[in-house]
Design a protein around this ligand. Structure first.
Ligand code: NAD
Length: 451
C-alpha cells in the first residue's frame, strides 16, 4: 500500500458523459457489490438478503405550528438488519431526506457496527423538514409525534435511535421522554443514545464521532501507507461541515498539532494558510450562526473549499460531495470521511487511481456508534463511566478496526493492483466492507437461517 498522488484524468470508463447516479441507496449497493466480488464463498441468496433492508416504515402526520396552522410531515425509519443485535442508527431532520437516503444510511450502519464490533444491526431514521425554519416547540411536537407513530417499532432491544444531521441531545431527550410516557414503569433509558449526560447520556458521546475520526486517522497514518504523512502533527487539514462531527474533529486534530486551514458550513467556507483556531471558530459560529466572517480568513464556496490543497480533507456534512466531476481536482493526500456517503463510487475510483486514500465513513465515523454502544451498556447497568474510561475504550475499538481494515487491504491489493501498481479499487472502503459483510454473514449462518 504505497502510492503518490498525481493529477491524471480519470479512466475513460469513468469519464463517460452520462449523469452520475447520486441516489445514496444505489451508491451503497455499488459499494456492496464491489465488496461482495471479494467474497466468492457467500451464498447468492444470503448476499441478496444482506443487500436489502428488512423493513422501511413510512409515516405521515399532522403537526400544529406556532402560528396556528397545521402542517403534514413525512418521515421514515428503516431497519437494515438485526443479525448481530438490535437495529441502531441516528435520526436526521433535513428537507432532502428520502426513503432511499435512509435505506442507504441504515445499511451503512449495519457495516459500521460490524466493523466497530459492537453488537448492533443497522437502522436509520429521517424526517423531511427544515429545522432551520422551525422553533424548539415545533421540533418537539414533530419529534414526539414521529416517535409515537413509530410505536413499538423502536425499543431498547429492537431498534435504538441516536443523533444525526440537525438532531442533537435535546432531540434525544424528547425521544426518550415520549417513549417513557408510552412505556411507564421500566428502565427505558437504553431506547435512545446521545442523550444529555444528566439524562443517562454517556460522557464523551457528544464528541465521540469527531474523536473517532481523529483516532482512526492517526492510527491509519501510523501504518505508513500515506507517503510523507506519518502523524497528525504538522498536517494541514480542511473540514467541510462545522457541526457536531466536523467542529469536534477540527478541534481534536488541532490539539494533535495539525493546522486547520479551511472550514465550512451550509452557508460557505473560510480558509487561512496561517491556520484557524477551531475554538475561536466554534465561538464565532455560536455567536453569528456561520463560519463566514471569521477574523483572518478568506471566504470560499464549499466547492472551492473541497479543492483546497491540504494533507487531510474531512468531509463532515452531507452525502455526494466528492463526485466524478470534482474528484480530479481534490488536492488532499487522504480523505477521512466524517460524513456518511460523501464520496461517490466514481469519485472513489478517481481518487484511488490518483493515489489518494479514502478512510471510509463506516470506519472513520464509527466513533459515534461505538460510544452510543457504551451509553446503552451504562444505561442497562445503571452505571456511569468516567470520561477517561470511555475515551480509552473508544480508542481501543477504533484502533482495532483500523488495524483489521489495513491488514485486509494489504492482502487484497495483490488481487486488485492495476498495471502501474496503484490499487484500481477504493481499497480501504472495499476492505472495510469485506470485513463487515463477512462478520455479519458469519453470524447469520451461526444463528441458522430461520426456520
Ligand atoms: P450537524 O447537524 O451537527 O452538522 C452538520 C454541519 O454540516 C453543519 O455545520 C451544517 O451547516 C453543515 N452543512 C450542511 N449542509 C452543508 C453543505 N451543503 N455544505 C457544507 N456544510 C454543510 O450534523 P452532524 O451530526 O455533525 O453530522 C454530519 C455528518 O456526520 C452527517 O453525514 C452524519 O450522518 C455524519 N455522522 C454523524 C454522527 C453523529 O454522531 N452526529 C455519527 C456518524 C456520522
Amino acid at each position: 500500500m504505497s502510492s503518490v498522488p498525481d493529477t491524471r484524468s480519470p479512466s475513460p470508463a469513468i469519464a463517460a458523459t452520462e449523469l452520475e447516479d447520486l441516489n445514496p441507496f444505489h451508491v451503497s449497493r455499488r459499494q456492496f457489490d464491489r465488496a461482495v466480488g471479494h467474497l466468492a464463498q457467500l451464498k447468492r441468496g444470503l448476499v441478496d438478503f444482506l443487500k436489502t433492508p428488512v423493513r422501511t416504515i413510512e409515516v405521515c402526520f399532522p403537526v400544529e405550528m406556532d402560528d396556528g396552522s397545521v402542517r403534514t410531515f413525512k418521515a421514515f425509519r428503516v431497519l437494515h438488519n438485526r443479525i448481530r443485535g438490535p437495529g441502531k442508527g441516528g435520526i436526521r431532520y433535513h428537507p432532502d431526506v428520502t426513503a432511499d437516503e435512509v435505506r442507504a444510511l441504515a445499511g451503512w450502519m449495519t457495516w459500521k457496527c460490524a466493523l466497530a464490533d459492537v453488537p448492533f444491526g443497522g437502522a436509520k431514521g429521517g424526517v423531511i423538514c427544515d429545522p432551520k425554519k422551525l422553533n424548539d416547540a415545533e421540533l418537539r411536537r414533530i419529534t414526539r409525534r414521529y416517535i409515537s407513530d413509530l410505536g413499538d417499532n423502536i425499543g431498547p432491544h429492537t431498534d435504538i435511535p441516536a443523533p444525526d444531521l440537525y438532531t442533537n441531545e435535546k432531540t434525544m431527550a424528547w425521544i426518550y421522554d415520549t417513549y417513557d410516557v408510552m412505556h411507564p414503569g421500566r428502565n427505558n433509558l437504553p431506547v435512545v443514545t446521545g442523550k444529555p449526560v444528566d439524562l443517562g447520556g454517556s460522557l464523551g458521546r457528544s464528541e465521540a464521532t469527531g474523536r473517532g475520526v481523529m483516532v482512526a486517522t492517526r492510527r491509519f497514518l501510523e501504518h505508513g501507507s500515506v507517503p510523507d504523512l506519518r502523524s497528525l502533527a504538522g498536517c494541514t487539514v480542511v473540514v467541510q461541515g462545522f457541526g457536531n462531527a466536523g467542529s469536534v474533529a477540527a478541534r481534536l486534530f488541532h490539539e494533535q498539532g495539525a493546522k486547520i486551514i479551511g472550514i465550512s458550513d451550509s452557508q460557505g467556507g473560510v480558509v487561512s494558510q496561517a491556520g484557524i483556531d477551531p475554538v475561536v471558530a466554534i465561538a464565532h459560529k455560536a455567536k453569528t450562526g456561520a463560519v463566514a466572517g471569521l477574523e483572518g480568513t478568506r471566504e470560499v464556496t464549499n466547492g472551492e473549499l473541497l479543492e483546497t490543497p491540504c494533507d487531510i480533507l474531512i468531509p463532515a456534512a452531507l452525502e455526494n460531495q466528492i463526485l466524478r466531476d470534482n474528484a480530479p481536482r481534490i488536492q488532499a493526500k487522504l480523505v477521512a470521511e466524517a460524513a456518511n456517503g460523501p464520496t461517490t463510487p466514481d469519485a472513489d475510483e478517481i481518487l484511488s487511481r490518483r493515489g489518494i486514500y479514502v478512510l471510509p465513513d463506516i470506519l472513520a465515523n464509527a466513533g459515534g456508534v461505538t460510544v452510543s454502544y457504551f451509553e446503552w451498556v451504562q444505561n442497562i447497568e445503571n452505571e456511569q463511566w468516567d470520561l477517561a474510561t470511555v475515551n480509552a475504550k473508544l480508542e481501543r475499538k477504533m484502533g482495532a478496526a483500523v488495524d483489521t481494515v489495513v491488514e485486509r487491504a494489504k492482502r487484497m491489493v495483490g488481487l486488485s493492483a492495476s498495471g502501474d501498481g496503484r490499487p484500481s479499487v477504493p481499497i480501504l472502503r472495499t476492505a472495510a466492507l469485506v470485513v463487515a459483510i463477512e462478520r455479519v454473514a458469519r453470524v447469520a449462518l451461526e444463528r441458522g437461517i430461520w426456520p
